[in-house]
Design a protein around this ligand. Structure first.
Ligand SMILES: Cc1cc2nc3c(=O)[nH]c(=O)nc-3n(C[C@H](O)[C@H](O)[C@H](O)COP(=O)(O)O)c2cc1C
Length: 202
C-alpha cells in the first residue's frame, strides 16, 4: 500500500513561489510511490482556537468547521510537508491558526498522556519544511522554524529536513533558482523513498 503524505500550502498565492517549491516536493514524493494530498490552508474556513478546552477530556474539538475532518487525516498520515513564506518573521497567520487548532493533539499527548500516534507510527513520521523569505537577514527563518518544530512534536511528526531560500525580494521568481527547485524535488523524493522502504520492510 502506498504511504500517505499531506502537503500543507501555507501561502495564499496558489501559483506563488512557495507553491512552486511545494509542487516540486510533491512530485518527488509521488515519483517515490507515495500518495500525496495537498491542502491549501488559505482555502479552509475555520475559526482560531477559542480555548474552550473541550479537548482536555475529549478526542475532538468543540468547534465544528473545516478543521473537523483534519484530525483523522493527521492521525492517519505517514508524513507531512509544510510549505510557507515568512510573514512578520514567522509563519503566515492562517497557518498558525491551523496549527493552534491541533490543541486536540496536544491535550491527548501531554495532558492525558495518550498520544493519538503510536510509538511505531511516530518513528516513521517525518516533516519536511519548505520556506522562503523576502529579506536576506540573519535568523529570518528562526520564528517559522520554532513554531513548525513545536507543531511537529505536538502531532508526533518530528521535523526532519528543510528547504529554505531567503532574499526572494531580489530573486522574485524561484524558477530562476534551479538548484533550489531540485533540492525541493529531491527532498520530497527522499522522504517518499524512506516511507516506501518502511512499507517494504513491514
Ligand atoms: C504580510 C507579509 C509579511 C511578510 N513578512 C516578511 C518578513 O517578516 N520577513 C521576510 O523576509 N519576508 C517577509 N515577507 C515576504 C515574503 O516572505 C516573500 O514575499 C515570499 O516570497 C512570498 O511567498 P509567495 O510567493 O509564496 O507568496 C512578507 C510578505 C507578506 C505578504
Amino acid at each position: 500500500m502506498a504511504k500517505k503524505i499531506i502537503a500543507l500550502l501555507g501561502s495564499p498565492r496558489m501559483g506563488g513561489n512557495t507553491a512552486k517549491l511545494l509542487e516540486q516536493a510533491i512530485e518527488g514524493a509521488q515519483d517515490a510511490g507515495c500518495d500525496v494530498e495537498k491542502i491549501p490552508v488559505f482555502h479552509l474556513n475555520f475559526k482560531p482556537c477559542m480555548e474552550i478546552f473541550h479537548c482536555m477530556e475529549n478526542e475532538e474539538c468543540k468547534i465544528k468547521d473545516d478543521m473537523t475532518g483534519m484530525y483523522q487525516k493527521f492521525r492517519e498520515m505517514d508524513s507531512l510537508i509544510v510549505a510557507a513564506p515568512v510573514m512578520t518573521m514567522g509563519i503566515p497567520g492562517k497557518l498558525k491558526m491551523f496549527m493552534d487548532r491541533f490543541q486536540v493533539f496536544y491535550m491527548a499527548k501531554y495532558f492525558r498522556n495518550a498520544s493519538f500516534i503510536s510509538p511505531e507510527h511516530r518513528k516513521e513520521r517525518k516533516m519536511l519544511f519548505i520556506s522562503i523569505s523576502g529579506m536576506n537577514i540573519p535568523n529570518v527563518f528562526e520564528g517559522a522554524k520554532i513554531t513548525t518544530k513545536a507543531f511537529g512534536e505536538i502531532i508526533d511528526c518530528p521535523y526532519w529536513d528543510e528547504v529554505l531560500q531567503n532574499d526572494m525580494d531580489t530573486i522574485r521568481d524561484i524558477t530562476t533558482k534551479p538548484d533550489v527547485m531540485k533540492a525541493a524535488y529531491e527532498k520530497g523524493y527522499r522522504l517518499g523513498s524512506l516511507l516506501m522502504a518502511e512499507e517494504e520492510r513491514a
